[in-house]
Ligand binder design. Sequence first.
Ligand SMILES: Cc1cc2nc3c(=O)[nH]c(=O)nc-3n(C[C@H](O)[C@H](O)[C@H](O)COP(=O)(O)OP(=O)(O)OC[C@H]3O[C@@H](n4cnc5c(N)ncnc54)[C@H](O)[C@@H]3O)c2cc1C
Length: 410
Amino acid sequence: MTRSGTDILISGASVAGPVLAYWLRRYGFTPVVVERTPELRLGTGGHAVDLFEPAVEVAARMGVLDRVRAARTRTAVLTMVRPGRRQVDVDLERLAAGVSDDRHVEVMRGELAAILHEATRDDVEYVFGDSISGMSEDAGGVDVTFDKGAPRRFDLVIGADGLHSTVRRLAFGPESDYRRFLGGYLAAFSLPNHLGLDGRLMMYSAVDKLIGFYPVWQTGEARAVFMLRRAEEFDYHHRDLARQKELLRGAFAGEGWEVPRLLAELDGAEDFYLDSISQILMDDWTRGRFALVGDAGYSPGPAIGGGTTVAVVGAYTLAGRLAAADGDHTAAFPAYQEELRPYVLRTREVGPAVMKTLVPANRAGSDLRAAFLRLLPRLPAPVRRAILSSDSRASKVLASAEIRDYAPVG
Ligand SMILES: Cc1cc2nc3c(=O)[nH]c(=O)nc-3n(C[C@H](O)[C@H](O)[C@H](O)COP(=O)(O)OP(=O)(O)OC[C@H]3O[C@@H](n4cnc5c(N)ncnc54)[C@H](O)[C@@H]3O)c2cc1C
């Protein structure tokens, strides 16, 4: 089945972009995906992300769930280190025994993007190493110019290009109109696994600071993620990596454990990333022939808000609504917003709440969490189940999207 007049440009080939492309193709549309990075970086690309129940369901419907599960991170033990306190080891497998319902998968974002790309690349045109530079909408379509490629015309343009979306800037206005700073920073980079970790996540927790250090089994390297609570925003340019590394060094100077060693690796870190922990708050994520999906339109906050699940659900919903309206975006876009809005609003509450518990603001909070973690695996499964389900409001919120059937797929 091929629909005419339904050429759709998608900006971004991470999570939301390829999921959207997959479903659009299955419904008979002709999606084209443009991605700024020159190539997908397998395994090393990014950080660990979570697929909660609705996203797991979408992955199953796409036929990629087995591959995603096979690529999952294999964290069996969490070791929590705190200045001046005893180390706490938590057996995560024991914690999950009898509790986990297998409706959650943790996987490296680069692996997920590669699997999604592989599932779509035979039927979808991908253009790597380019970016939209301008868009001009008229009654019949959108003329698009690119940094490198020749201009092209599309019926619709969808931004799946993340927190700093170009489509959002061009079609909806500056990022500052929509970004809400949640009071913290996040940095991540790959480095040698000098501790020889295997299946173990090390977590260093100090007041207002948290570091995760975990092995990436596919590459033999490790990944460090730094989180910092901070009321004021740093002053830096997003392209100035040297300045960002300097800010990170300053913020974590004087910390013990392996922190000096991790910071020393910053110089050689090629995939270094630092960003504010921010949400994107928009009342409308469609306008005319433009729509946003995933972090670009409704990021609940990186690392703390379950953005990957929301991105998958959003992409599936947008494609479904376009199919149900037979490609008529004037009907499909409002329906997409209406259906997704309650879920997006619920997920906005997750980030600030997780931030509070993940990065304790004082030693008492840190002690309480350590005691909780130490006790939890020793409790019988029904008690653990009761505690975990009442404790994990975030997972409940993220699981609360309904995955519908919209139209016959080809
Ligand atoms: C350090 C860190 C840790 C995280 N941890 C978690 C976690 O534990 N659990 C979780 O669920 N989520 C986590 N997230 C958030 C998660 O990564 C995002 O919510 C998810 O990747 C959103 O997918 P997306 O496709 O909407 O956007 P993104 O994954 O941000 O992808 C956007 C894509 O667009 C491309 N792009 C950008 N600009 C352009 C342009 N102008 N033209 C073309 N392409 C462009 C980018 O290169 C990228 O490929 C974390 C994020 C970070 C940064």
